[in-house]
Design a protein around this ligand. Structure first.
Ligand SMILES: [Zn+2]
Length: 719
C-alpha cells in the first residue's frame, strides 16, 4: 500500500510524513515490497544502507530491529536498539522493541528493567506489543516453574493483546488454571489485599497497586515493602509484598513475606492460605528439590539376552509398549519395565488382600535397539541419589555384564523433573504396582488403605522444616504450630490431589487435632470469580445463589480439586434453576467418576441412575442413554462378582446392537479380549462374572479406563 504523505510520520515525530521523513519514503516502500515477497535478506541490506545515509532515523531503526526480531536475531536487534533507547528515552516504540528483543535474547531476569520501562510507557500507545511482551514473559515463567507469575502475566496479556490473539491467550489461561502439575493453592486467582491508613500512605499504596496492575511487580513489591516497614504489623501489606514477589518469579522473597503475613493475619483462614502458599513456594527452591533423572546404560551383549534376564527377574515388571507409528522417525523403545522395590507377587495369596501386596515402583527402565551408529541402550528413570543408586546396584546383579552404566562425562544423566525433597516420600511410596489379578474394586480399597498408611505412618512421622523440624504427630495440639500444621495439611492435600488421589482432609485433620478454617461469609452480590482456589474450599456451597453456584462450578471444573468439585456438582444438580445453565450429562458422569475413584461404589450407581434418567428425557435419547449404559458397563466390569454384569451386557447387545452393528463388533471384541463367555452366545450366568476379573492386557478396553472421558471417545456410534 502506498504511504499517505498527510498521515503522521511512521518515525513517531508527530509531524506529517510530507514534512518529516519524506526523503526516505520511496525507499521504505520498496523495502516493504521486498518483505512482502519474502526477500528478507535484501530488505535488511537495504535498511542497513538507508541507516548509513540517515543515521539515527527512528523509522529505519525500528523497522530494521522489528525485522531482525521476526527473523529470530534478537541479539542483533538488542545491540542495534540499546544505545538508541538510552539516548532517546521518549521513543516508546523503540523501547517496546528493545524490551522484546532483550527478553528473548537474555531472559526475564536480565531484561527486567527494560521490560518494566516498556510496560509503563507502552500501555497507552502500543497495547498489543505490551500484550505480546507479557505473553512472552508468561511462557518463560511457566517453563521455569513460576506458575503464579506465569498466570499473572497471562492476565496482563489478555487485557492488552490484539483482538486476533485473544483466543490463544485465553485458552492458555484456562490451561494454566487446570494444570494439575501445579499445586492448586498456587493456581487460579489471587487478589491483592485492601488497605487503609494515613492519606499519604494510601496514595503510596495506590501507586504500588497501579504498578502491579501493569505488570511491574518488582517495583510494586518494593513500594509495598516500604509501606510495610512503616507498619510492620500490617498483614495486608506483607500479603501484597508476597504476592507481587511471587508474580515477579521471586519465590524465596515471596515466601518470606507471606510467612510474615500469615503470622499477622487476624482471620485464621487468610493466615492459613498465606502460610500454605509460602510453604509451597519454598518447596520449589533449588536446594529443596530432588531431580528425577534419566540415566543412560550401554547394552554390551544382545538386547534379547537382556530381556530374557529381566523378564525372569522378580523385581522387574514388563510394561506393555504400543507399536511404533509406521512413519515416525523417533527412536522407539523395544521394551519397558517397572523396577520394584521388592519382589512383586503376581497375585495376592488371599481373597482379601491388604495393602501389603502393593509393591512400590522405584523407577522405570526403557530399552532401545541399536540404530545407525548408536549402540543398543537402556535408560533408567529415577530420583537421583539413594533411589538411583539402589537401582544401579540392582541392575548390576540382575543384568550382570550385559549392561554397563555410561559415564557422566560421555553422556550426562538428563534431568526430566523434580519433586520437593520434604515430600519425596509421596513419589517413592505413592507409586506402586498392583498385581494384575486384583479386581478394580479391590484395587481401589487397597489404594485407599495404602494412602492412609502413607499419611498416618509416613507424613505424620516425618520432620518438616516448616514445623521447626517437628513431625505433624509431635506438632498436633501445640498452639504455636497450629498455623504451619494446618497449612501443611493443605500442602499435603495439594500434592496428593495432583491426579493421584482424593485425600480425606477432614479425617487427616482429626488425626492431627487441627480444625480446618471456618467457612467464609459470601454476600449475595459477590462475584465468585474473585475467590482463590483455597477460598473456594471454604465457601458455604448450599448458601450460594444459583448464578454464584454456576460460577463456582465453572471455577471448580477448571481447578478440579475433587472434593470441591464433588460438593459443587452435588448441589448444582439438585437445583432446578441451575440445570439449564450447566452440562447435566457431564455433571452426573463426573459425580460417578469421583465416587468411583473414592471407592464409593453404591453412590456411583445412584448418580449413574440419575444421569440415565436425565438422558432419557433429552433429545437424541437413544445415543445419550447408550452412553450411560456403557458407563454402567465399565463400572460393573470392575467387580468380577457383580451379578448384574451379564444381563447388562446382554441388554446392550440385544437392544442397542440391533441398530448399531459396530457396537456388537466392539462388545464381541471386548468379551474376547478378556475371555468372557459371551452372554449372547451361551446361557451366560456365573461364568461371565467369574471371568471378568481384571485383565492383564492394557489398552483401550481396560474397564478401569475412566468412562467419563474415554467412554465418550470410544463408543460414539458411527465412529
Ligand atoms: Zn519522520
Amino acid at each position: 500500500m502506498p504511504l499517505d504523505v498527510y498521515e503522521p510520520c511512521p518515525c513517531g515525530s508527530g509531524k506529517k510524513l510530507k514534512f518529516c521523513c519524506h526523503a526516505i519514503a520511496g525507499e521504505m516502500e520498496r523495502i516493504a515490497r521486498l518483505e512482502e515477497n519474502n526477500q528478507v535478506r535484501p530488505a535488511l541490506h537495504a535498511l542497513e544502507q538507508l541507516e548509513r545515509s540517515h543515521p539515527g532515523n527512528p523509522w529505519v531503526l525500528t523497522h530494521r530491529a522489528g525485522l531482525l526480531i521476526e527473523e529470530g536475531d534478537n541479539a542483533a536487534a538488542q545491540q542495534l536498539l540499546g544505545p538508541y533507547v538510552e539516548s532517546h528515552p521518549d521513543q516508546v516504540f523503540a523501547l517496546m522493541l528493545y524490551a522484546t528483543a532483550a527478553l528473548r535474547a537474555d531472559g526475564f531476569e536480565k531484561a527486567k528493567s527494560a521490560i518494566h520501562r516498556a510496560l509503563q510507557r507502552g500501555r497507552q500507545e502500543f497495547p498489543s506489543v505490551v500484550g505480546s511482551l507479557a505473553f512472552g514473559i508468561a511462557a518463560e515463567m511457566a517453563a521455569r516453574g513460576k506458575a503464579m507469575a506465569a498466570r499473572q502475566y497471562l492476565v496482563l496479556a489478555l487485557q492488552s493483546c490484539a483482538e486476533s490473539a485473544r483466543q490463544t491467550v485465553f485458552v492458555r489461561l484456562l490451561e494454566m488454571d487446570s494444570e494439575t502439575s501445579v499445586p492448586y493453592p498456587l493456581r487460579s486467582v489471587h487478589e491483592l489485599a485492601n488497605y487503609s491508613g494515613t492519606e499519604e500512605n494510601e496514595v503510596e499504596f495506590k501507586k504500588a497497586a497501579r504498578l502491579s496492575g501493569i505488570g511491574c511487580f518488582a517495583p510494586a513489591a518494593r513500594r509495598f515493602a516500604k509501606l510495610a516497614e512503616q507498619e510492620p504489623e500490617n498483614a495486608a501489606l506483607w500479603n501484597n509484598v508476597g504476592l507481587c514477589r511471587a508474580w515477579d518469579g521471586d519465590h524465596a522473597g515471596a515466601a518470606e513475606a507471606l510467612h510474615r503475613a500469615a503470622r499477622l493475619h487476624g482471620e485464621f483462614g487468610m493466615a492459613v492460605e498465606c502460610e500454605t502458599i509460602a510453604q509451597l513456594l519454598e518447596l520449589t527452591a533449588d536446594e529443596n528439590v530432588i531431580s528425577t533423572k534419566v540415566y543412560p546404560y550401554r547394552i554390551t551383549t544382545s538386547v534379547s539376552r537382556l530381556l530374557t534376564k529381566l523378564d525372569s527377574h522378580e523385581r522387574f515388571g514388563r510394561i506393555p509398549i504400543p507399536p511404533a507409528e509406521p512413519d515416525s522417525d523417533e527412536d522407539f523403545p523395544v521394551a519397558g519395565y517397572h523396577i520394584f522395590q521388592r519382589a512383586a507377587s503376581p497375585e495376592p495369596s488371599t481373597d482379601t488382600p491388604t495393602a501389603d501386596v502393593l509393591t512400590s515402583v522405584l523407577g522405570g527402565l526403557t530399552i532401545y535397539d541399536a540404530a545407525g551408529d548408536q549402540p543398543a541402550k537402556a535408560y533408567v528413570n529415577a530420583l537421583e541419589g539413594e533411589t538411583a543408586e539402589a537401582i544401579r546396584t540392582l541392575l548390576q546383579s540382575a543384568a550382570g555384564e550385559d549392561l554397563e552404566p555410561i559415564a557422566a562425562e560421555v553422556e550426562e544423566p538428563l534431568p526430566v523433573g523434580s519433586v520437593p525433597r520434604d515430600y519425596a516420600f509421596l513419589q517413592a511410596d505413592g507409586n506402586w504396582f498392583v498385581p494384575p489379578k486384583v479386581p478394580s474394586t479391590v484395587r481401589r480399597r487397597l489404594e485407599r488403605e495404602k494412602w492412609w498408611r502413607i499419611v498416618a505412618d509416613g507424613w505424620a512421622n516425618k520432620a518438616f522444616s516448616a514445623l521447626n523440624g517437628r513431625t505433624p504427630r509431635e506438632a498436633a495440639g501445640d498452639p504455636e504450630l497450629k498455623l504451619p500444621l494446618t497449612a501443611g495439611l493443605y500442602v499435603l492435600d495439594a500434592l496428593i490431589d495432583q491426579d493421584r488421589y482424593v485425600l480425606d482432609l477432614p479425617a487427616v485433620c482429626d488425626f492431627v487435632h487441627v480444625e480446618l478454617p471456618p467457612l467464609i461469609e459470601v454476600a449475595d452480590s459477590a462475584s465468585m470469580n474473585a475467590y482463590s482456589a483455597v477460598q473456594l474450599l471454604r465457601v458455604p456451597i448450599e448458601r450460594l445463589t444459583d448464578p454464584q453456584l454456576v460460577q463456582t462450578l465453572n471455577r471448580a471444573l477448571l481447578i478440579r480439586h475433587k472434593l470441591l468439585l464433588y460438593k459443587v456438582l452435588r448441589e448444582a444438580v439438585s437445583r432446578p434453576g441451575c440445570l439449564e445453565k450447566i452440562d447435566v450429562d457431564v455433571s452426573y458422569s463426573t459425580l460417578v467418576q469421583i465416587c468411583r475413584e473414592q471407592d464409593k461404589r453404591d453412590e456411583a450407581f445412584q448418580w449413574l441412575e440419575k444421569g440415565r434418567a436425565w438422558a432419557k428425557t433429552q433429545e437424541k435419547a437413544f445415543e445419550a442413554t447408550l452412553q450411560w449404559e456403557l458407563r454402567e458397563l465399565f463400572l460393573r466390569a470392575e467387580d468380577p462378582n457383580d451379578p448384574n454384569l451379564p444381563p447388562l451386557l446382554k441388554r446392550i447387545w440385544d437392544y442397542y446392537g440391533v441398530k448399531l452393528p459396530q457396537l456388537r463388533e466392539r462388545l464381541a471384541a471386548l468379551v474376547e479380549i478378556y475371555g468372557i463367555p459371551a452372554p449372547w452366545d451361551t446361557t451366560g450366568g456365573a461364568g461371565v462374572a467369574a471371568a471378568f476379573g481384571a485383565p492383564t492386557t492394557g489398552g483401550i478396553w481396560q474397564p478401569s479406563d475412566p468412562p467419563a472421558q474415554s467412554g465418550q471417545k470410544l463408543w460414539i456410534p458411527g465412529q
